[in-house]
Design a protein around this ligand. Structure first.
Ligand code: SF4
Ligand code: SF4
Length: 316
């Protein structure tokens, strides 16, 4: 694996500052049942890093005390963490909205049988990766058999109301297969909806198109293929001032499995600390974070290229 941090740390990305914190993205651990090619976390079945109960309680306290609107659970596969349900139960007591970044296939694993009904009970918003509606493209990026499994799980979710009933939101995520920018989110969503409905009778709410970040597994592949520089040139030449105004880190923090706080999930992976002396969730407040300068690198151009990119898709 090539080291990416030295390639992105010296940057001319414009200075940006935080506004009001609304969402906390919590990485419950790097273990995953898949090992996708584009994964910016380097997640996989052999990873052991996992958030413990004490840290989960710290995160819950932070969310409640700071009146956080949404908690976005990610990983790896966040559902693998044995305190996943405990955390959701505690946060829902305070009416905090929960997002689960679900890879779909995790629902087929042993011990996960009751997760769909748990999702319904707590009206958890599901954001699921489906990087293409063509089987061979998904299997190439995410592993053999993943497309068929994902389709079966999407059907199951539709059957229990996801993507169909008003308060059971099912969003899908698209990311390009290689070092190119995503196409128009609106147009691609129409294509996805039409194809998935016609071919598999599947419904979903929104499609989020996300630009591949030139870090970790994807970044390393670019370096191996001698495409890192040309991809960075593409991202930089597609810079949008308007997308810069809407970068997700203004209203979000990312917390790693040890409770360390970062400006976003990508910075967490690069171990780029928050500016200022406090870095742990137990020392953090909304007030402390407000107007704080965001730690940036050349990878930030991945969030501002074209129509912009965030965990919720385009930003313009
Ligand atoms: S499912 Fe998600 S977390 Fe798991 S390896 Fe794939 S991209 Fe990474
Ligand atoms: S990479 Fe992270 S810090 Fe940089 S602009 Fe995107 S969200 Fe903000």
């Amino acid at each position: 694996m090539h080291k990416i941090y030295p390639l992105i740390k010296n940057t001319n990305f414009p200075s940006i500052r935080r506004s009001c914190l609304k969402t906390i993205q919590v990485n419950l651990g790097y273990k995953c049942n898949q090992s996708c090619l584009h994964c910016h976390v380097n997640a996989g079945p052999k990873r052991r890093e996992m958030m413990d109960k004490k840290t989960i309680d710290n995160v819950i306290d932070f969310a409640i005390n700071n009146k956080i609107e949404s908690v976005d659970l990610t990983g790896g596969a966040p559902e693998i963490n044995k305190y996943f349900k405990y955390m959701v139960n505690e946060l829902r007591k305070h009416d905090i909205h929960i997002i689960d970044r679900c890879n779909l296939t995790i629902l087929n694993e042993d011990g996960m049988e009751d997760l769909p009904s748990f999702f319904v009970k707590h009206k958890i918003e599901i954001i699921a990766s489906l990087p293409c509606y063509i089987k061979k493209n998904v299997d190439r990026q995410r592993g053999k058999g993943v497309f068929d499994e994902s389709i079966n799980i999407l059907r199951l979710l539709n059957n229990i109301g996801y993507g169909v009933e008003k308060d059971l939101i099912l969003n899908l995520v698209y990311n390009p297969q290689g070092p190119v920018l995503p196409p128009s989110q609106i147009e691609l969503e129409k294509e996805y909806k039409s194809y998935l409905r016609k071919s598999f009778d599947i419904e979903f709410n929104n499609l989020f198109t996300i630009t591949n970040m030139p870090i970790n597994r994807f970044g390393s592949t670019l370096v191996s293929q001698d495409k890192f520089k040309s991809y960075m040139t593409l991202l930089k030449s597609s810079f949008s001032e308007k997308a810069k105004e809407n970068v997700m880190c203004k209203e979000l923090i990312s917390i790693d499995y040890n409770g360390n706080v970062f400006d976003c999930d990508f910075n967490q992976m690069l171990k780029m600390n928050l500016s200022g002396k406090e870095t742990h969730i137990t020392k953090m407040t909304k007030k402390y974070l407000h107007n704080r300068e965001i730690s940036t690198g050349d990878h930030c151009y991945g969030c501002t290229a074209g129509s912009g990119s965030s965990c919720g898709g385009t930003t313009i």
